[in-house]
Design a protein around this ligand. Structure first.
Ligand code: 5AD
Ligand code: SF4
Length: 452
């Protein structure tokens, strides 16, 4: 092994990136290296980047440009970019950021420890580039210390080609892992102390569908088969997943979700728009009516289910009336959470050919309006929970007020409650809800504070 190094990893973007950074940290630590929290202490700085929106790329490029000075003071420092922007921009990043030492794409992450070692050993090497199509070499290595809730990537890539989205170009075609492989990884995590697993994929419910672009018929769902297998793991309390494309919620998947007690009644269901015409222009394969049908079927099977979503405002040609349809649909579903994005054109995608014709100020106003609708619906939903008993997966003392403890319901809502000697991190604990905001539930065992 080379000399132990101090390594700093900064992660931008989605949970897949968080998962990759954690796995990479685990792998590097097993090789004897240490993770550090501050850039100044590091021998190697790694930026795990996102390309989904322009802003995410600009943030990372800005940050790395700024490190030029640090590199001048400390020439042995290695700086590298990994993740989607590395995959997307490849070699051109070396021209834009000449102080970079390595650029490693999403499919080549497993090569990183070796690349770092070779760059450290041979200072004459200037830079290393490793990008290519996604290969499914899951590092499967998690941090030595178990996390209460951990991620497992089960599919990668996407075949759907939504008009605005760069993911299929950057991450390539959809590929799934073997079911046995995923179950083995889950068992390993649970044996180590993990209690909740979040299954990840750009199109997670297409798991095992072998890249077939048509959603499976009503009685077939390899993803549901996986959920059933995971349900059997003793010591695992909760199963979550993100993000499923709406059309994959067929009768089989909905029935299995309802029947498996560990599958959380919380679904992230990306809507993108409530207008049939805009959805079509986005190349989304469902109508607003079909979206509502899926919501209805899930609610019927699991009445306490909570929904979150993604919406894009200001997609090219989106009219005021079409935006109103999105508002109405948001009202009808009554989401508990939503990520609202202002449209940003991504070079190479189909919608980048269309004029970006909704003014920035209009995008901003639409964004604000949806955030208000969301806050109102989340508050309405939470108010219904006052007086109910909720099961909480206990996380421990709250960061803001360590006299209170915090945890999450199966519907992914944060709950504050009073600590008790018999209740420990990782337990399932039942509390009665006394007060709520649009973001947080408060149990009846903590006193009112004037500040709330
Ligand atoms: N502009 C704005 N938002 C986008 N998203 C994806 N591509 C774009 C884009 N070009 C949003 C979608 C997706 C989420 C991860 O990011 O809502 O669901
Ligand atoms: Fe992008 Fe659409 Fe695939 Fe989601 S389903 S990753 S939005 S192309």
């Amino acid at each position: 092994m080379t000399r132990p190094l101090q390594i700093y990893i900064k992660t931008y973007g989605c949970q897949m990136n968080e998962r990759d950074s954690a796995a990479l940290a685990g792998k590097l630590m097993r090789l004897g290296h240490a993770m550090v929290e501050r850039e100044e202490e590091a021998d190697v700085l790694i930026f795990n980047t996102c390309s989904v929106r322009d802003q995410a790329e600009r943030k990372a490029v800005g940050k790395i440009s700024y490190l030029k000075k640090l590199k001048r003071r400390k020439p042995e420092l290695l700086i590298g970019v990994i993740g989607c922007m590395a995959q997307n921009r490849g070699e051109s990043l070396f021209r834009e950021l000449p102080h970079l030492d390595f650029v490693v794409g999403t499919g080549q992450l497993h090569q990183l420890p070796e690349i770092i070692a070779s760059l450290r050993e041979d200072r004459r090497q200037i830079a290393r580039l490793a990008t290519g199509s996604e290969v499914l070499t899951e590092m499967g290595v998690h941090q030595p210390e178990a996390k209460l809730s951990d991620f497992i990537a089960i599919t990668r890539g996407c075949n759907r080609f939504c008009a605005y989205c760069i993911v299929p170009y950057v991450r390539g075609r959809e590929i799934s892992r073997e079911i046995g492989d995923v179950v083995a990884e889950a068992r390993e995590l649970v044996a180590n102390g993990t209690r909740e697993i979040m299954l990840l994929g750009q199109n997670v419910a297409a798991f095992g569908w072998n890249g077939n672009v048509n959603p499976p018929p009503d009685d077939v769902s390899p993803f549901a088969d996986l959920l059933k297998e995971l349900q059997q793991i003793e010591g695992l309390y909760r199963i979550r997943f993100t993000s499923p494309y709406p059309s994959y919620f067929n009768a089989k998947l909905i029935a299995v979700m309802a029947e498996c007690s560990k599958v959380c009644h919380s679904v992230h269901l990306p809507l993108q728009s409530g207008s049939a015409r805009v959805l079509k222009a986005m190349n989304r394969q469902y109508t607003p009516e079909q979206y509502l049908q899926i919501v209805g079927a899930l609610r019927q099977a699991m009445p306490d289910i909570a929904f979150s979503t993604d919406v894009i405002v200001g997609f090219p040609t989106e009219s005021a009336a079409e935006f109103e349809e999105t508002c109405q649909l948001m009202e009808r579903v009554g989401f508990d959470n939503a990520f609202i994005f202002k449209y940003s054109p991504r070079a190479g995608t189909r919608s980048a050919e269309m004029p970006d014709d909704v003014p920035q100020a209009v995008k901003e106003a639409r964004n604000q309006r949806l955030l208000q609708l969301l806050s109102a619906s989340a508050w309405r939903n939470n108010r219904q929970l006052v007086g109910t008993c909720q099961e909480v997966l206990v996380e421990g003392p709250s960061h803001r007020n360590p006299a209170r403890w915090t945890g999450k319901t199966a519907t992914a809502k944060s709950v504050m409650f009073a600590p008790q000697p018999s209740v420990r991190r990782g337990d399932l604990h039942r509390v009665t809800i006394a007060r709520v905001t649009d973001m947080t539930l408060f149990a009846d065992d903590i006193p009112d504070l004037p500040s709330e």
